[in-house]
Design a protein around this ligand. Structure first.
Ligand SMILES: Nc1ncnc2c1ncn2[C@@H]1O[C@H](COP(=O)(O)OP(=O)(O)OP(=O)(O)O)[C@@H](O)[C@H]1O
Length: 756
């Protein structure tokens, strides 16, 4: 009698898998479409391609008719770890078959299969076989394997393509799709849609798209896909060789890119992700399936050297620190010469950060030996000085390297120049390093004859979900209007100032006013920078006051407002600063605080941004402004007094320290003519100001025209709004609304009365 068997068809992108079984096959059955078939002895799975009478385009609901062929190594499809009871006899696959659901006569859902043209030609099979033999050859000796490391094959579980229909057209691996699904990225963003097909084909890309549009994954997914393919079926070696180098302008951005890519890797298999990096029961360390490391300044370089020694698949680095470490690690330069991917994220900002030469020298390592000036004289000298063992003419060994340049702001001229240059013969040897971004990018050795330029910059430069506005005021009242805005429109807000001094003044003042405020600038220790960023991220109505170190690339969830306390110096800076809000299709608000003496700069900025007129003015409730002045005046008094004491103490300490160092005794009192009572007087004054301020802060601000005594019956009764939640919880008599609503609803010529 013919053994009774059952076919379990598993829907997955790419090939379909069928496991033939004689016993219970529980795991797959839970995922797949199940049907029964009798398999006679003759029909028992054969090693050869089975004959099928189905022509291309035929639709069938009988899975057994499909042109199946056996998979050599079942574990490559993720079913190799079946329990013994599962009793898998063999695994078969068929490619180029589309699965869809249809209704039968009774209205029930049935799975149907549409046979593609290539399914029967054997073309796919031969490609697979050649890939397999390559993979088999690439298998490294067991001594360099980590037996406990999860292999890519164990993660290659089938993925239900129907969960992510909008990603279906991209030939991404199942693990990646599973991650995208876990992260809730149901569809690719426009830049991802446009860039991925080229990137996955091995092309070079220059991608320009608005802030927050998902550029990181547009270049990150092809890299991850490549590393996964590299380890297909084999455990990753203990020491990884570098596949990709991502260069980013700031430390925070580099760390963030790392997190972003790691989130994809973690999503491959949440269970494995949890274990990755942790010791197992025997205390052995499980390396991650893809190792991603950040090499940035401000953090222990010793630790980073150890990470480099261990090897990683993807390195995200700031040019300064990478250059420093290149000089200390002879092997690192060689690794960079062999990378498969080079990414310049926010390249235009990189040249502004003062690491232009380092960047130029690092790029020299990625130029091919065949290029006329693989390593120019300037770089050669720099390499020599840094003790890096690379000499002229010794550029990259990798002909296959793909280069991705991404930014929200790359000028059209630059894009054109790059295109033209590819058609022109290689540039002559230069002994001077480039001095502009154009020159620098012209010297990137794109392997592609004509890199694909994808320019999705919106006409306005900023995200289409951003509402812009301005507020004109006198310079000395900027603090007042800033405070007003933060109270009037609670929500996570990022305030950009042009200089660190501004942060040092604004942050203590806002702190005294009870605002949850954090500073971010380059003179803070890196640990403090990251801590402040974390606090800001986790405080829904937190305020970050930052210099332009935070303008680029930072992806902080739900930033509602960006306030330009001072007009940015360039249009690009305005675009990037504003781009910290209105990300990933969310709405956002950007406010330019503009004083009379900045008017000229503002006009130039708007012209550069191609704007016909000014952005709309933010309406102000002058009734509450007056009340806030009192609070602000007190906060300033306290700050000034505290500053005075600090300064006096500093001077006293300095004098005493100097005297101590010189071993002399001062023959006068360091307190001079400012005795201790003076300090005490200031201290008690501070205490009384603080008490006064506390009292003011404990009450809601009652707008002018509201008589608090007659809250239920006055000329503008506000009891109703107190009962409903439509009031602003900081101001009495001011309705709750967003800044965007107030600007959009403002009818020109008629100032809306926001009071009830
Ligand atoms: N396909 C997607 N669907 C939904 N969200 C996505 C998708 N891809 C990326 N994101 C999210 O969008 C946000 C912005 O992405 P990303 O930081 O890559 O933007 P960007 O274009 O690099 O911005 P910037 O120019 O400011 O650096 C991130 O929080 C990211 O997780």
């Amino acid at each position: 009698m013919a053994p009774s068997a059952e076919i379990v068809v598993v829907r997955a992108p790419g090939p379909l898998f069928a496991a033939r079984r004689t016993k219970q096959l529980r795991r797959l059955a839970a995922r797949g479409t199940k049907r029964s078939a009798d398999v006679s002895d003759e029909g028992t799975p054969s090693k050869k391609r089975r004959k099928s009478a189905l022509a291309a385009g035929t639709v069938t609901d009988d899975a057994d008719e499909l042109p199946w062929h056996e998979v050599d190594r079942a574990e490559a499809a993720g079913v190799g770890d079946f329990d013994e009871e599962g009793g898998v006899l063999m695994l078969e696959e068929v490619d180029d078959v589309e699965v869809f659901y249809d209704e039968d006569a009774g209205g029930s859902k049935v799975a149907k299969f549409k046979v593609g043209k290539r399914a029967r030609t054997g073309e796919l099979e031969s490609i697979k076989h050649s890939k397999k033999s390559k993979a088999a050859k690439a298998t490294t000796s067991p001594s360099v394997m980590t037996p406990t490391a999860p292999t890519v094959s164990t993660l290659e579980q089938p993925f239900d393509e129907y969960l992510l229909p909008e990603w279906q057209t991209f030939a991404l691996k199942n693990q990646i799709k599973r991650s995208l699904h876990t992260l809730g990225f149901t569809k690719p963003t426009e830049i991802q849609k446009r860039a991925l097909p080229f990137a996955l084909q091995g092309r070079d890309i220059i991608g320009v798209a608005e802030t927050g549009s998902g550029k990181t994954l547009a270049y990150g997914l092809p890299i991850i896909q490549h590393v996964l393919a590299k380890y297909a079926g084999i455990p990753p070696p203990e020491k990884r060789s570098l596949s990709a180098l991502v260069l980013a302008p700031t430390r925070e951005l580099a760390l963030q890119v790392g997190e972003h890519l790691r989130a994809i890797v973690h999503g491959f298999d949440p269970a494995l992700a949890k274990k990755a990096g942790e010791g197992d029961a025997k205390g052995q360390h499980k390396p991650p399936i893809i190792s991603i490391g950040a090499i940035v300044g401000g953090m222990s370089s010793l630790k980073q050297k150890r990470v480099i020694d261990r090897g990683m698949d993807i390195m995200i680095a700031t040019p300064g620190r990478l250059w420093d470490l290149l000089g200390e690690d002879a092997g690192l330069a060689q690794q960079i010469r062999s990378i498969r991917f080079l990414v310049l994220d926010e390249a235009d900002r990189m040249i502004e950060t003062g690491h232009f030469e380092e960047l130029h020298n690092i790029l020299a390592l990625t130029r091919r030996t065949s290029e006329v000036d693989a390593i120019d004289e300037a770089s050669s000298a720099a390499f020599q000085k840094a003790g890096i063992a690379v000499t002229e003419g010794q550029g990259s060994k990798s002909d296959e390297m793909q280069t991705f340049v991404f930014s929200a702001t790359l000028s059209k001229d630059l894009q054109l120049n790059l295109k033209r240059r590819r058609r022109a013969p290689p540039s002559k040897k230069r002994d001077k390093p480039p001095s502009t971004l154009d020159e620098l990018l012209e010297r990137v050795d794109f392997r592609d004859e004509e890199p694909e330029i994808i320019d999705l910059t919106p006409k306005q430069g900023v995200s289409h979900t951003l509402q812009e506005a301005k507020l004109e005021c006198i310079s000395s009242e900027k603090d007042l209007y800033l405070y007003y805005f933060l109270l009037r429109y609670p929500g996570r807000s990022l305030v950009f100032v042009s200089a660190i001094d501004g942060i040092r003044r604004i942050v203590p003042m806002l702190e005294l006013l009870g605002v949850k405020v954090y500073p971010l600038h380059s003179q803070l220790q890196q640990k403090q920078r990251l801590r402040n960023l974390e606090r800001f991220k986790s405080t829904p109505d937190g305020v970050l006051v930052a210099t332009d170190v935070a303008a680029r690339g930072l992806d902080i969830p739900a930033v509602e407002h960006v306030i330009h306390y001072q007009i940015p110096r360039t249009a690009d800076t305005y675009i990037h600063r504003s781009g910290r809000t209105a990300r990933a299709e969310k709405s956002g608000f950007s406010l330019l605080l503009c004083s009379a003496d900045e008017k000229r700069v503002q006009r130039a900025l708007l012209q550069k941004l191609g704007r016909a007129g000014d952005p709309p003015e933010l309406p102000i409730d002058h009734g509450v402004i007056e009340k806030l002045k009192e609070r602000l005046a007190l906060a300033k008094k306290i700050d000034d007094a505290q500053h005075k004491i600090k300064k006096a103490n500093h001077e006293k300490n300095w004098l005493q320290d100097t005297a101590d160092a010189m071993e002399i005794e001062l023959d006068f009192d360091v307190d001079g003519d400012q005795p201790a009572e003076h300090d005490q007087k200031i201290t008690s004054q501070i205490a009384s100001y603080k008490a006064e301020l506390r009292a003011l802060l404990s009450e809601r601000v009652v707008a002018k025209g509201i008589i608090a005594k007659y809250i239920t019956s006055g000329p503008q009764p506000v009891a109703n709004e107190l009962m409903t939640s439509s009031f602003n919880d900081k101001f009495v008599g001011v309705t709750r609304s967003t800044a965007t609503e107030d600007v959009v609803n403002l009818v020109p010529g008629k100032v809306r009365n926001k009071r009830k």
